[in-house]
Design a protein around this ligand. Sequence first.
Ligand code: 5GP
Ligand code: MN
Length: 346
Amino acid sequence: MPEFGKYTKELKKLISEAEHILLICHINPDGDAIGAMLAMRRWIMSQDKEATMISPNALQKFLLWMKDVDKVLDFHHSPGEGARLINEADLIIMVDFNTSSRMGKAEQLVISSGARKVMIDHHPDPGNFADLIISDVSRSSTSELVYFLVNGMEGTEFSDSDFITAVYVGIITDTGNFEHGYYTGDTMRTVGHLLDMGVDKERIHDHIFSNFSADRIRLKGFALHSRMVVHPELHTAYIWLTKEDLERFRHVKGDTEGFANVLLTMQGIVLSVLFVERTGFVKMSLRSKGSFNANELSRKCFNGGGHRNAAGGEMKGTIHEVVNHFENTLPSFRSELEEAAKEMIR
Ligand code: 5GP
Ligand code: MN
């Protein structure tokens, strides 16, 4: 990102001038959204300032062990208190999203607020709804970007133990422990520094990757065995889960995280989708390999978005209607799918 120093200077100034700082992340927050928000707050607190935090809806269970996560206000659950925090803020820092609709029901209040607004994000094509847009698609995660911003503002390595934990969580969740997603030498050097500073990696990995219920493991087995569809000629595989399937395995939020990635380990597959039925709509997660642009497909097909190789969206209707819509649209991407698959076997 050009002129990185300029961004750190501006951000530091905005923070130092603000009296009521609010951090907000995207709906259905993942480890990166929460990691980036908590990490940013730790540095703000080190400057003898407070910052409140809002998530548009509830957090997933696998993140609840993180320090100060109990201070994140669930806007869906407490809209009145959320509105109070938004109205009171004179600086709102939005992390890990590029379109304002990702703030869910908090969107209008934030957009119409008179507070100064900062976006810190790593998704492509940031929308224009902040006074200061710090967007860097070359970062594995918003948490990695926060790490560099904070060290820039601090002037040296900020070694607060909750800060390094939060940054580490963001990086390993957005890269699936370096199995997918996008990461660079900078990411690995950052991880190196975090390890040097004593980040408790065993404990963190245990919380994030080895903390599943028996029901969740069974749901995954069922999904792969009974709900997986493969179109080898289109280099695509998907899983569809009905509301009844979820109930049968006593699904809790976050249980289907990672299912779409599994399908990409299949030979010849460059696009995978997970469809999960909710009440009146279907939520989908897309993953892709190489040049195939899941973000574009999600935008066109599901009014969604994300990154080139990891995107999401949602669509009104039953699971069967939405899967049919996908089945009908998919062939129009045949040449892009074939191209990406060809690159894979080079
Ligand atoms: P996931 O499949 O893990 O929920 O999301 C993958 C990526 O797509 C993330 O970067 C996330 O921010 C983005 N994403 C997920 N759902 C949506 C959505 O409904 N709309 C948009 N614009 N992006 C989404
Ligand atoms: Mn992210």
